[in-house]
Design a protein around this ligand. Structure first.
Ligand code: GLY
Length: 378
């Protein structure tokens, strides 16, 4: 950390969001401390396939889609910068995504999404089942239509987290793992730092980036975050060469993601309100069934592991970003639900700008705590 007194920015949470905030704030010259209760990336960020689904999630037009597209663009811009600075390869791949349909109902939904994306000026190509199999020959014969989204990509989340944290440290940030934040230092209506399992950390601004558990801390300030976990179980297989190239999705929102090292990640269940990250037999069965129905060759893939992560969801489905009225010195950066990795870079830019008293790079009014509370959507 650059010398000269207490931290300007204390970041609570060492996942993709927290590490990105630390990276961008330190890069702008701020004195930064990042506090992580366990190890970097030990929460949801370490348990994700890492898709950069600006379009693959089929988010309808609106502020969240705009943020997601900006988020994807920012990943493109940062990939080389991070690798050159840190020597860590965040594992970017830009091979697109393929959404698939297997019957009339799922084809109709896909066709609607196609029309909306084209209206937004996005690249999205409608394919018949045979055209989809030309693109991805291992795709099941059951697939009757596809939507190819050439601009989506993917990254390796644990490596991205490490690259952002190393980059932050190279810009002078101090990274403290195994340091649990227990509360806030408060004077008047101002947050002036945090208390931790290893002593107090005074700071000009505290950024709360603790994923699904951020409400436990914010509650101490009377800031009630309508946040809940949506557990996602995933499994990983080894198959080389990979039978697929793009991120391939089925009609029920399961996906298969080929990593550069020969692993194929299959995700993910959606289990709202479940705080337990452990893997269930039912979860593995559901994922195996989805993967092998979509890409039958995966039946021969070697099972290499499974895990669960907790997506931090909000009542509006949008992240909550920025200040909280009545609590100067506090910034929120959580609630990214299915889009934590995708939105990590843009969130880091937004929150670091706010922490340093600068204009954020995009309008954050749809993501403010106030609009989350009223449930007001554009
Ligand atoms: N981003 C995909 C998921 O949350 O499952």
């Amino acid at each position: 950390m650059s010398s000269g007194g207490p931290a300007e920015v204390a970041v609570v949470g060492g996942g993709a969001i927290g590490c990105s905030v630390a990276y961008h704030a330190a890069r702008r010259g701020a004195r930064v401390i990042l506090l992580e209760a366990e190890q970097l990336g030990s929460g949801s960020s370490g348990a994700l396939a890492g898709m950069l689904s600006g379009q693959g999630e089929l988010e309808p037009p609106g502020p969240l889609l705009r943020l997601m597209l900006l988020g994807r663009e920012r990943h493109r811009e940062i990939s080389e910068e991070l690798q050159d600075l840190t020597g860590i390869d965040p594992g970017y791949v830009w091979e697109g995504a393929l959404r698939t349909a297997v019957d009339e109902a799922s084809s109709e939904l896909l066709a609607e999404a196609h029309a909306l994306q084209r209206e937004e000026g996005l690249r999205a190509e409608w394919l018949t089942g045979d055209e989809a199999r030309e693109l991805e020959p291992a795709l099941s014969r059951e697939v009757v239509a596809g939507l190819y989204l050439p601009d989506d990509g993917q990254v390796n989340p644990p490596q991205l987290v490490q690259a952002l944290a190393r980059g932050a440290a190279l810009h002078g940030a101090e990274i403290r793992e195994a340091t649990r934040v227990t509360g806030f230092i408060v004077r008047g209506g101002r947050v002036e730092g945090v208390g931790t399992s290893r002593g107090e950390v005074p700071a000009g601004t505290v950024v709360l980036a603790g994923g699904a558990f951020s409400d436990l801390l914010s509650g101490q300030l009377g800031v009630s975050l309508p946040l809940f976990p949506v557990k996602g179980q995933m499994l990983i297989t080894n198959m080389w060469p990979s039978p697929i190239r793009a991120n391939v999705w089925d009609a029920a929102n399961f996906y298969v993601v080929p990593k550069r090292d020969g692993r194929v990640i299959v995700g993910a269940t959606e289990e709202p309100g479940v705080y337990d990250r452990r893997v269930t037999l039912g979860g593995v069965a559901e994922l195996s069934r989805a993967a092998t129905s979509l890409v039958p060759a995966l039946s021969e893939a070697l099972f290499a592991g499974s895990w669960g992560g907790l997506r931090p969801a909000t009542s509006t489905g949008r992240p909550v970003l920025g200040p909280v009225e009545g609590w100067e010195g506090l910034l929120l950066a959580t609630g990214h639900f299915r889009n934590g990795v995708l939105l990590s870079v843009i969130t880091g830019e937004i929150i670091s700008a706010l922490a340093l008293g600068e204009e954020p790079p995009t309008d954050i009014s749809p993501f403010l705590y106030g609009s989350l509370l009223t449930g007001r959507l554009e």
